[in-house]
Ligand binder design. Structure first.
Ligand SMILES: [Zn+2]
Length: 151
């Protein structure tokens, strides 16, 4: 399981339009994240505490904040639509996309659970690794909501 595979899975499930949404996994010294609006096989390295050099997802700060606050989290996926009603989902105070404000709100909301919902935007799921998140996606069966133009 790699970023490309899980992004295609989310798209095939109708959770993301084309290249919206993003995913990442922890590596030594940082994490690998999907590029902005692209589900090609490219993975962009983000070093902890440093602005990414490559075309990282515009929401890379969200991933950075979660990996910093939750040392045991090994992978993160972000997709659009409504939260699953049967999961222990926290609700983040929404901020503008791509900002540290939203990143920190999401990280704070994920301190006690692995599922966060950003109102009028989408979901952030944290897990041990991409394989575990992939398995969780299989248990999701809610139709997605419209989220045009999101990244
Ligand atoms: Zn988004």
């Amino acid at each position: 399981m790699n970023l490309n595979e899980i992004m295609h899975k989310m798209r095939d499930m109708g959770l993301n339009d084309e290249a919206s949404g993003n995913a990442s996994y922890r590596t030594f010294g940082g994490f690998m994240v999907t590029p902005t609006r692209d589900i090609s096989s490219v993975e962009v390295f983000c070093q902890h505490g440093v602005e990414p050099v490559g075309p990282a997802s515009s929401e890379w700060r969200m991933h950075a904040a979660i990996y910093t606050s939750r040392q045991e989290v090994g992978a993160i996926i972000h997709f659009h639509g409504e939260p699953d009603p049967d999961r222990d989902t926290s609700v983040a105070d929404p901020g503008d996309e791509g900002t540290w404000r939203l990143a920190l709100e999401v990280a704070y909301s994920l301190m006690e659970t692995n599922y966060c919902y950003i109102p009028d935007h989408g979901n952030v799921w944290a897990g041990d690794n991409l394989k575990a998140l992939d398995a969780l996606l299989l248990t999701k069966n809610r139709p997605p909501a419209e989220a045009e133009g999101r990244s």
